[in-house]
Ligand binder design. Structure first.
Ligand SMILES: *Cc1c(COP(=O)(O)O)cnc(C)c1O
Length: 230
């Protein structure tokens, strides 16, 4: 199946999900996660009209960035080590995995050097799995309030991941809780943290995520297949 055929199917599913919950399909942005595929497949993604590209490791992204950086909008979606910040800020426009102040400090420092602002998502570990990164929901308010000290960071939303291998309907309460947390936190009216976006939903569970309020869905396998080389 070509990327185009896969994308057509995905759009159909998004459309149905939007119908079900009365959402405007234009609120949902697809990030094509290209971590499993090479540069040619990544170019194919751009050619079918997806501009948002997601990568979770700087090594995997490096050669793609060198070749096609200007042609896409880059989202860093993986766990971000502090010593890798220099390879991310200025290369990727969005960071989805802000989860600690030491990381915020480093992002802010690098962004100030480049004289840019970095839109970030704060990653929340709703499911409570120990293997997952992200803040506990109860820590989110204090953490985000503290981010006001880092003026080059704009907190545009929250991000979460559902448990690995969960069947679709098991993910619904997780996405719902992220939405509820967003609404709760928005009451603070922070100018540094408008929190208008929700990054949630992957190949297995994006329709549920859309029904529960996702604005960015991160799709790898369903668009690009699961390659054997990674
Ligand atoms: C790999 C990855 C995805 C995409 O996963 P698929 O199940 O292949 O769609 C989405 N988000 C993050 C953070 C990832 O690491």
């Amino acid at each position: 199946m070509s990327v185009k055929q896969n994308l057509d199917k995905v759009y159909e599913q998004i459309r149905l999900a939007c119908q079900k919950c009365n959402r405007n399909i234009e609120e949902i942005k697809i990030i094509a996660v290209t971590k499993y595929v090479d540069i040619n497949k990544t170019i194919e993604v751009l050619e079918v009209g997806i501009a948002n590209i997601g990568e979770s490791k700087t090594q995997d992204a490096k050669s793609k960035l060198e070749q096609i950086q200007d042609k896409a909008i880059w989202h860093f979606i993986g766990h971000l080590q502090t010593n890798k910040v220099k390879d991310v800020v200025g290369q990727f426009q969005y960071i989805h995995s802000l989860d600690r102040l030491s990381l915020a400090k480093e992002i802010n420092k690098k962004a100030e050097q480049l004289n840019i602002t970095v839109p970030c998502f704060v990653q929340i570990n709703i499911s409570g799995e120990e293997s997952k990164h992200g803040l506990e929901p109860s820590q989110a308010k204090e953490f985000i309030a503290g981010l006001a000290a880092y003026p080059a960071i704009q907190v545009i939303g929250l991000m979460t991941m559902a448990p690995y291998g969960a069947v679709q309907e098991e993910t619904r309460p997780i996405f719902r809780q992220l939405k509820e947390l967003q609404l709760e936190l928005q009451k603070n009216n922070w100018s540094h943290a408008p929190l208008t976006e929700l990054s949630m939903g992957m190949s297995n569970d994006f329709t549920v995520a859309v029904e529960e309020g996702a604005t960015y869905i991160r799709l790898g396998t369903i668009l690009l297949g699961s390659s054997s080389n990674k």
